[in-house]
Write a protein that binds this ligand. Sequence first.
Ligand code: NCD
Length: 306
Amino acid sequence: MARNLIDIVDLTVEEIDELIAVAEDIIENPVKYQDACAHKQLATLFFEPSTRTRLSFESAMLGLGGSVLGFSAASSSSTAKGETVGDTVRTVGCYADIIAMRHPKEGAPIAAAQVCDTPIINAGDGGHCHPTQTLTDLLTIHREKGRLDNFTVGFCGDLKFGRTVHSLVNALSRYEGINFVFISPVELKLPRYVKEEALKKKGIPYTQTTDLESVMSDLDILYMTRVQRERFFNEEDYMRLKDSYILNPEKLVNAKPDLSILHPLPRVNEITVDVDKDPRAAYWRQVANGKYIRMALILKLLGIEV
Ligand code: NCD
């Protein structure tokens, strides 16, 4: 059986910690890894828009000495002719050693994994999950803070449709002493299934609020998110909710001096550009980390040890 990464819980905590350690070693010693995937091919199948995820996957494989193929829009693949995801992935499995795919339908990567022996990485499935962004987020937290436990973490924005939030909540719920604070409009609260699985079943406490400023001074990490326009059923709701939270320097006045501000990006307007120069803004460092953790993941799924 191929080893896939469909959901972040497919990896044990030990495996995640090991990936982080490898990524940190790659950052320190990139030359050691530069030919590790020579003659291996990564396919990126993106049925939905992407900048960072797709290009960091490609940059990761190129940095390992491998090569890349794929498409960046469903419209340029045979999907436009009516081909099923299963048939497309089965085809690409004949050409590539490993596949990263993003699809608007929740569960599409599981369906793909059933028809293909090539390792499949879920690079985001609809409003469901996004495990490689979570690995990026965890590497970022580890590099910013030196640990992954005993924090108060605030998640702010679109917690309903934000797949990066769902996966990161799942991942962090497995580390000790995480205190979760969910900040969102009532309409965009964290889905019940995520709360049940990640928090309630394990008796992990959490709080929910609509008011970011009232909790700001408690937070060690603030994970901002974009309101996911493409997942809304009507434009009116999006227009009403899109400006719910706009983080600016004034709102950070009472924040901890060692707060880390993360955002999976892209941002629309939920963090003003003048926050970028605040040393607590970690989201551009987070972008860079995405490449290294994906290098570590590709090595792991291909069974290559350096
Ligand atoms: C996120 C995604 O695609 O879910 N972006 C990313 O992969 N870095 C977040 C988003 O689109 O808002």
